[in-house]
Design a binder for this molecule. Sequence first.
Ligand code: UGA
Length: 477
Amino acid sequence: MSAPTHAASAPGAAPVVERPRMTVIGTGYLGATHAVCMALLGHEVLGVDVDAAKIAELASGRVPFFEPGLPERLREALDSGRLRFTTDFDEAARFGDVHFICVGTPQAPGSDAADLRYVEAAFTALAERIDRKALLVGKSTVPIGTAARLTALVQEVSPLGTELELAWNPEFLREGFAVHDTLHPDRLVFGVASAWAEEQLAAAFRPILEEDTPLVVGDLATAELVKVAANSFLATKISYINAMAEVCEATGADVNVLASALSYDSRIGGRFLKPGLGFGGGCLPKDIRAFAHRAEELGVGQAVRFLREVDAINQRRRVRTVDLVRELAGGSLEGVRVAALGAAFKPNSDDVRDAPALDVARMLYLEGASVMVYDPEAAENAHRVYPDLSYAASMAEAVAGADVVVLLTEWQEFRDADPAELGARVAARRIVDGRHALDADAYHAAGWVYRALGRPADSQTVALGTDHRDEVVIARS
Ligand code: UGA
């Protein structure tokens, strides 16, 4: 554990509430999971959202998005009597000793900057109502300097004035692993402005800290920076191997063999070094853009200019996947029937925000292909964003009569598919493995033309090391 940055609370300072009552403002992905997990850890928790429909669903035990394990844990938390939901900010202000703000910070329309309107609204709505000592804790991903600005804002509008304190506690959970990552994080990070805030946060996370979870304490700006620095690093690692894939394509080298060789160097490691269609989702793409934008505002744009390149490499993978499908189709996509396997930005999620899979499906469609999309969980969300694409109810239906199959999200169902059975359904045995997830040898043996980004046309199966920490097992009824 790092040394506390502040001396212990001075005598006479506000007492720390050892079993703080908590609110979680914003019950999306992050907030719903945080509220459930905090209740499971023994805290009294009130989940708050302006979306009455979402609150009603959660209160009745239904999770409004797909996350393995969360529905069971939500019901457990509700049954414990420690978790409730409301849309009432007056109740929230009265209830909480510690308020976690978990609202979204999407990319602003027409800009690379983060849109902070929801964060500002949530902090203001609470602060206006708080008239007893409480700690406001931001968990949303925000541009550096936001917490300092919000501190001034909340202290101005709150009856409590400068007594109302703000801390930042970035969250590193991954979709698909949300419950595990919340209950057993790799580390906790507290950005605080006083010893009281640090101690109050430590009390809130006591059960997790008692598991010897590393704790890093810093100031508000550093805590904000940790989050974007971590996501930038992960994005850079993925784009690094995908840049190498581009070099492989120009030289006949094989990026899977390369990635495998690099991964044995323990200083590099194999996680987030999987080549393919690249990163998407509601976090990595918008976070690196917002970081680059903020750095430019701060006059240090040059320091992270490489993130623009990381983004560009990532976008090129999508275009190159379309190129491969076109190549396999004989040079034109006009009228070609393409089965697109996957729509979610990654497996075990129904999230289609900035999903590389859907982007590729859209580009194929715009070039005249007839695209049939299948995703085990994300079809409904995908249909909402791209109603023009066709959606199949099963993998078998999607591939029926296809001229080219393209794997875009590496769901286990696609990995497990039998190439011979699949081959019996398609019009032509041609497949682009956009995620390097399939057994190339098995596809060749079943008579398929198999292609993957950054690999020669006759590439053999190269098993990329998997890590149990990245494997989700989903029980299906
Ligand atoms: C990411 C971070 O991993 C979390 O630590 C962070 O808390 C979260 O963003 C956030 O900011 O809230 P997540 O968006 O759930 O989590 O997804 P990741 O598991 O990071 O995957 C991101 C993308 O990278 C996916 O599209 C995935 O397919 C791709 N990826 C991942 C690769 O292309 N190659 C890899 O080797 C790994």
